[in-house]
Design a protein around this ligand. Structure first.
Ligand code: ZN
Length: 71
């Protein structure tokens, strides 16, 4: 398993993910290229873009969060 150290205080970071509460339930927050385009039908339009789920690391000492969108 990968391990990362906090860039602020050098303590060990824990791997996790960002919860996104939606009307349909729960989801993993994702990164999408460009600016968000609002839509009255679906909230924000994706216009064919592929969302990338965000991997999030949290420092167990200072709480700093570092995020990666791998794809
Ligand atoms: Zn830290």
């Amino acid at each position: 398993m990968a391990q990362r150290n906090c860039p602020k205080c050098q303590s060990t970071m824990q791997e996790g993910w960002v919860l996104d509460n939606t009307h349909g339930g729960r989801a993993v927050a994702s990164w999408v290229e460009g600016e968000p385009k609002k839509s009255i039908w679906v909230g924000v339009k994706l216009e064919g873009k592929q969302p990338i789920e965000i991997e999030s690391w949290r420092c167990s000492r200072c709480g700093f969060i570092e995020q990666y969108a791998k794809g």
